[in-house]
Design a protein around this ligand. Structure first.
Ligand code: C2E
Ligand code: MG
Ligand code: MG
Length: 605
């Protein structure tokens, strides 16, 4: 209540008077009206006929200034007034009381939230009762806003939580998938393969049934990868994976072990013939040409098959035996399948295992070359070196070629290994050249099988072209025995090598059967006297005579002579006196890693 507002002129009735009795009633009503703690107004038409003090205070008008004014004084706008009235006009006309909350206008122009209750009087005037609910309204709005905000935050937290849960779930799924699958092809990996195979074995045990394991490898995949790049190799593997998948029945498993190795498990196999049938189907499907970008590639597979229960009762044994059979299939000419043949004894299964590991050694970069220098015996200048192979076996350490080259020779793997030796040697020569070193010719050993392989010449040609190594920096060493086989063919191959500009050495000379006539016919450049002769040289002995004779023979054929296994000064001195050109052996140096040889190449310069 506004203290400024003076009490109405009309005095209150005397205490004790009956307020309902006229004439006091009018005075009572007026007092009630004037002192009511809510704003009250009597409106006639669009004018205030009478407003109380609270009403004026509420809207900021000085006492007595609103009486007689137009109602627009407290409406925000005529339009707003019309809008509000439109909603309530009928109810007012029916004599009902209305009760609204709306914004009205303070005298200073600001909008004020008010509660307006109104009713029309029978004579057409209207009574308004107005309360200031601005602060309550704002509080409520604020509360609503906060509730809204809070519930939005809750909703978003909820959504976030749900997303996180989904994310975590899919991450978990992904991790689980990655742990069990090969990322390149999406096929199960070795881990899942072992699990499925174990299940298949357990199921077969219950039903007296069989399980077949097919081990498949793509022939020459490494060559494709090396020459066309890993991207192409990867796409080929993906295409092959898809083809294999299409050959299988529901319930069969195909896994990729790495490289181009795939393993299929056929549960519930009634007869070996089923596995053989699938093997033929796979060979046909996989051998179809594959379009990879611009290239049309053909990957031929070799397969080995092992059977439960005949060949083993656990995943490791079955997979190992299928892989052994696969290597045998490869050795028999590739694009082929073979069943594991169970009669292998202890020694030969040890051999098969080593063979299996040797195959993997190529893919897992376990092979390494050492280089042993050759020196001129007169001035002791470093003139050439020989590349010698080592296998860094993961558990057995370094294995020398004497132990595994014959194995690789038997299985046919030597062809691939030999290709690796040639490529690695040429790449090394290239690296030395790129570093500005004075590179000496490097000789590589060719095994009999490699020498007689039909692809030898084209392979050497393409590696030389690929690495840009001049042929004069390459020598090949062939044993006498190799030379004396298929002499017509040998003559042709040697002629081609020589035409390429590659020098030819006869290795381990004196240990095999040599025919002088052939030596004359073949375009040979170097004789390497086997170290068994060199070891025993004592002047005047038979070995000394043989060595002298070999040197004499070589000189008359205009061949360079190299003595192998020179370990002492005396040996070197004897050889020099007899006219031997070069020596190779521990006296001059052990086989060295490429980096260790570099100081020698600098000095040669
Ligand atoms: P090789 O071609 O006659 O090689 C010479 C062998 O004699 C090497 O043995 C070498 O380490 C060893 N040696 C060198 N100097 C001395 C010495 O002063 N005293 C003694 N006691 N030995 C010496 P390594 O490296 O074990 O090679 C053995 C054979 O393996 C080689 O005989 C060669 O026939 C074969 N081989 C080595 N690397 C390859 C290869 O890349 N491919 C093929 N197909 N065969 C290879
Ligand atoms: Mg040699
Ligand atoms: Mg030798």
């Amino acid at each position: 209540m506004n203290q400024e507002v003076p009490f109405p002129a009309e005095p209150l009735p005397e205490p004790g008077a009956d307020p309902r009795a006229a004439p006091q009633r009018g005075a009572f009503c007026l007092a009630l009206f004037e002192h009511a703690p809510v704003g009250m107004a009597l409106v006639r038409g669009t004018r205030f006929e009478l407003v109380n003090a609270c009403f004026e205070t509420l809207f900021g008008w000085p006492a007595g200034t609103l009486d007689g004014q137009g109602v627009e004084a407290v409406w925000l706008s005529a339009k707003e007034r019309e809008r509000v009235l439109a909603g309530v006009r009928q109810r007012l006309a029916r004599g009902e009381a209305i009760d609204l909350e709306l914004q009205m206008r303070h005298r200073d122009g600001r909008a004020l939230w008010c509660r307006l209750r109104a009713r029309a009087l029978p004579d057409g005037a209207a009574v308004w009762i107005v309360e200031d609910v601005d602060s309550q309204h704002r509080e409520r709005l604020e509360l609503e806003r906060r509730v809204h905000e809070r519930s939005e935050a809750l909703a978003s937290a909820n959504a976030q939580l749900r997303r996180e849960m989904e994310d975590r779930q899919s991450a978990e799924d992904l991790v689980r998938h990655l742990a069990d699958h090969d990322p390149l092809t999406g096929l199960p990996n070795r881990h899942l393969l072992a699990y499925r195979l174990e299940q298949a074995i357990a199921a077969a045990q219950g039903q007296d049934g069989g399980v077949a394991v097919l081990f498949m490898d793509l022939d020459r995949f490494k060559a494709i990868n090396d020459s066309l790049g890993h991207g192409t190799g990867d796409r080929l593997l993906q295409a092959v994976a898809e083809r294999v998948r299409q050959c299988l029945r529901p319930g069969d498993t195909v896994a990729r072990l790495g490289g181009a190795e795939f393993v299929m498990v056929l549960p519930a196999v009634a007869a070996p013939g089923e596995a053989a049938q699938l093997a033929s189907k796979l060979i046909r499907a996989v051998s179809q040409p594959c379009q990879i970008g611009e290239l049309e590639l053909r990957a031929t597979p070799s397969l080995g098959i092992s059977l439960y229960p005949e060949h083993g009762d656990n995943p490791d044994a079955l997979i190992a035996k299928a892989s052994v059979a696969m290597y045998q299939a490869k050795a028999q000419g590739r694009r082929n399948y073979l069943f594991f043949s169970g009669q292998a004894d202890g020694a030969s299964s040890q051999r098969l295992l080593l063979e299996h590991e040797l195959y993997r050694a190529l893919e897992h970069n376990q092979l390494e070359l050492l280089y042993q220098p050759r020196y001129a015996l007169d001035g002791e200048a470093f003139v050439a070196c020989e590349a010698l192979l080592r296998w860094q076996h993961p558990s057995r350490g370094a294995i020398g070629p004497a132990e595994f080259v014959p194995l690789a020779e038997d299985s046919g793997l030597i062809v691939q290994i030999g290709e690796w030796v040639l490529r690695e040697t040429c790449r090394q020569i290239r690296r030395w050249q790129d570093r500005g070193l004075d590179v000496r010719p490097v000789s590589i050993n060719l095994s009999a099988r490699q020498f007689h392989s039909l692809e030898l010449i084209s392979m050497i040609r393409s590696v030389l072209a690929e690495t840009g190594v001049p042929p004069r920096l390459l020598e090949v060493e062939i044993t006498e025995t190799t030379l004396m086989h298929n002499t017509d063919e040998t003559q042709v191959t040697l002629g081609q090598l020589s035409a390429l500009g590659i020098k030819i050495s006869i290795d381990d000379f004196g240990t095999g059967y040599s025919s002088l006539a052939y030596l004359k016919r073949f375009p040979v450049d170097v004789l390497k006297i086997d170290r068994s002769f060199v070891r025993e040289i004592v002047p005047g002995t038979e070995d000394a005579l043989i060595v002298g004779a070999i040197i004499g023979l070589a000189r008359s054929l205009r061949l360079r002579v190299v003595a192998e296994g020179v370990e002492t000064r005396e040996q070197a001195e004897f050889l020099r006196r007899e006219g031997c050109d070069e020596g190779q052996g521990f006296l001059f140096g052990q086989p060295l890693a490429a980096a260790e040889l570099e100081p020698l190449l600098r000095r040669a310069r």
